[in-house]
Design a protein around this ligand. Structure first.
Ligand code: SF4
Ligand code: SF4
Length: 355
């Protein structure tokens, strides 16, 4: 992707800029959650809010384009009180999609949306709600200068200065931030900043970006190991051994920027109600439970195998990229410290696992 222009935003000007912007669009920033001290989460910016670009938000930014629960439509049944009388259903589309800016997410979160795009926009069916949100959204990602021991973007073909999936790249320097437009949407966004970066600011930003890019070069690539999935598929002793600690709690999928499973429910009140879409998780027993009572993935070993297969085998075979951006959230927040990258790595080991 070609860089189109560079702007500069000082630390002192940042909040004024966000305030101005917040009058026109909903602007999501990472910030400390007042109800949970030390937890950073993405929230719509408001006056008095302090963005926190240092710590990685617990949940990914997928919430901005794919809310945890959303109303898709409302319905009303027009029916006589007699049980056998004819019935008419009125459906009201209640969706009004607002323009949004996701400001200061990490490059891994920006790449996460590319996985959503493949499924929601580029398959045989287009999801109109996701499409509308995506079109009205601008992603401003921040070069990540502090990957931690759980991060492994370098193992899935990316790095902390990746620009894929972003409209603007933001680079922290001593005095503030240098911003590069990567798309036409990003270019229009930067026109609202006005200040052009000086040559020395651009040079400093270049060094920051290069340092970040190189910081994960030592991370082992998972590409070759992932190719062992089909050979390991039937080795249930391996999958049971690797997944015996898992509690099937689903935390890994809820914090993940690339997990997009959902369920649809109709909430009714008398003769009216709402159709809701809510996040679901392939790690739950009920996710694949069929009406007959049969469950094709009744055990956690099968569910975990499916999660790994989807992210590292089926999805890349179909779409040419891992459905994992290496953000490390599933490792960091799993209550029993399951490590997805270690399992992918172990798939390629030659010795057999034991029950
Ligand atoms: S967060 Fe950990 S324990 Fe919970 S479902 Fe995921 S892997 Fe299993
Ligand atoms: S699977 Fe884990 S590391 Fe990969 S994108 Fe999801 S949360 Fe991040």
């Amino acid at each position: 992707m070609t860089m189109k222009s560079a702007s500069f935003l000082s630390h002192g000007d940042l909040k004024d800029f966000l305030m101005r912007l917040a009058r026109e669009v909903q602007i999501w920033v990472p910030t400390l959650d007042v109800s949970f001290p030390h937890v950073v989460t993405f929230k719509p910016f408001q006056e008095g809010m302090e963005p926190d670009f240092q710590r990685l938000p617990v949940k990914s930014a997928k919430n901005v384009l794919f809310p945890q629960v959303e109303e898709l439509l409302r319905f009303r049944l027009d029916k006589e009180s007699c049980e056998f009388s004819p019935q008419t259903t009125f459906v009201e589309d209640t969706k009004e999609i607002q323009p949004t800016v996701l400001f200061g997410c990490r490059p891994c979160d920006a790449r996460g949306f590319l996985v959503f795009d493949r499924s929601f926009l580029q398959g045989p069916f287009v999801d109109p709600v996701y499409k509308a949100r995506r079109e009205k959204n601008i992603v401003v990602s921040m070069v990540c200068s502090g990957p931690d021991s759980a991060c492994f973007c370098g193992g899935v073909g990316s790095h902390p200065a990746d620009t894929e999936g972003s409209d603007v790249q933001m680079i922290p320097i001593n005095e503030g931030y240098v911003l590069h437009a990567l798309t036409d949407k990003g270019q229009a966004f930067l026109e609202g900043i006005g200040n052009t970066a000086t040559a020395s600011q651009t040079q400093e930003a270049h060094h920051v970006r290069e340092k970040a890019r190189r910081s994960t070069e030592h991370v082992n690539s998972l590409t070759e190991r992932a190719e062992s999935f089909s050979k390991r598929f039937s080795d249930m002793a391996f999958w049971r051994f690797q997944t015996h600690r898992c509690l099937s709690c689903g935390v890994c999928t809820f914090v993940c920027p690339t997990c997009y499973c959902f369920t649809i429910t109709d909430e009714t009140h008398g003769f009216q109600g709402e159709r809701l879409r809510s996040w679901d998780s392939c790690m739950f027993f009920h996710f694949t439970l069929e009406a007959s009572g049969h469950n094709p993935r009744p055990f956690k070993a099968e569910r975990f195998r499916n999660r790994i297969g989807h992210k590292f085998s089926y999805f890349p075979e179909k779409y040419g990229r891992f459905a994992c951006c290496g953000c490390g959230r599933c490792l960091r927040h799993c209550p029993v410290a399951m490590d997805i990258r270690a399992i992918v790595w172990a798939m390629g080991e030659t010795e057999e696992a034991h029950d």
